[in-house]
Design a protein around this ligand. Structure first.
Ligand SMILES: [Zn+2]
Length: 286
């Protein structure tokens, strides 16, 4: 081992020790405070502190994944209601060990809320990364389609917040069919004048990026979000070429016109609220 290797190793060990010390400090607190560690810089933060900071690392400003209720709290006015359309949780191709766990009965990869953003009525769906990477299966497809159909009936605008690894392989072709189902519901909604704002967050990949996430009247990206179809490793191995550093990053996609704008978390509520208000007379009537 060279001196340089040794030095790197020492630095690394130091960082790990420091990290476990911080985590230990937190875990010795009396109440059960949750600690989250930043994947980029390794800083440990209390869940409560992160929540106040919109789930942005206070040290390196990178974004933690933000889904479901935390998303609704950040974007929507107080008093929103969580809703669901009682879609079935099925195992259509009898994939082994899928839907056997207890958690499968209670949770799934999407949450939906009905409420307002800065006073404008809206329906919002948010994909949940902690459940099978926010993947698109029959339940998610059915819930989102039902939401779009409700919006069409009630002339409400919709917001869909994407955070997903893509179509759910455990449901095979049935997952892929959800892409077409949601896309055609959005088409019909749009034809009748419905307003759809798509918020693409890190990561939005595969079948989700290739269908409804890209279909917004406004496609808004979060800074630094990875958005694409196939993963970088797959592309690299297929093309056998070096891939540029900012490949599939939101900023690059904005340059190519795939995204309309990139909006920081702290400004998203205001920006989406403004867009809804701008279209309210036409689409957003209750
Ligand atoms: Zn960090």
């Amino acid at each position: 081992m060279s001196m340089r290797d040794l030095k790197n190793r020492k630095t690394l060990l130091g960082a790990i020790k420091n990290l476990s010390k911080i985590a230990k400090d937190f875990s010795t607190k009396k109440n059960n405070e949750k600690i989250l560690v930043c994947k980029k810089c390794g800083r440990a933060s209390r869940l409560e502190d992160l929540k106040k900071n919109l789930f942005i690392c206070p040290q390196c400003s990178s974004y933690f994944p933000l889904t479901g209720i935390d998303r609704f709290d950040m974007l929507m006015d107080k008093g929103y209601r969580l809703i669901n359309y009682n879609s079935k949780k099925i195992n259509p191709i009898n994939f082994p060990n899928y839907r056997n766990k207890e958690e499968d009965k209670s949770s799934e990869a999407v949450k939906i809320a009905r409420g307002k953003i800065l006073g404008s009525p809206v329906l919002v769906a948010s994909l949940i990364d902690t459940y099978m990477l926010g993947s698109l299966g029959t339940y998610v497809g059915e819930e989102i389609t039902n939401m779009i159909e409700e919006a069409e009936r009630k002339k409400l605008p919709i917001v869909i917040i994407s955070l997903s690894g893509g179509a759910r392989m455990q449901e095979g072709i049935f997952s892929l069919m959800q892409m077409a189902k949601i896309s055609s519901a959005i088409y019909s909604f749009g034809e009748k004048g419905g307003l759809y704002i798509s918020l693409l967050t890190n990561p939005t990949m595969g079948g989700v990026s290739a269908s409804f996430a890209a279909q917004g009247d406004y496609n808004i990206g979060e800074p630094g979000a990875l958005i694409g179809f196939a993963g970088q490793r797959v592309i690299k191995e297929t093309l056998r070429e070096k891939i540029p550093e900012n490949f599939q990053k939101a900023e690059n996609l904005e340059n190519f016109g795939f995204l309309d704008m990139i909006v920081e978390r702290k400004n998203q509520r205001e920006m989406i609220g403004k867009i809804l208000r701008m279209h309210r007379r036409k689409y957003g009537r209750l």
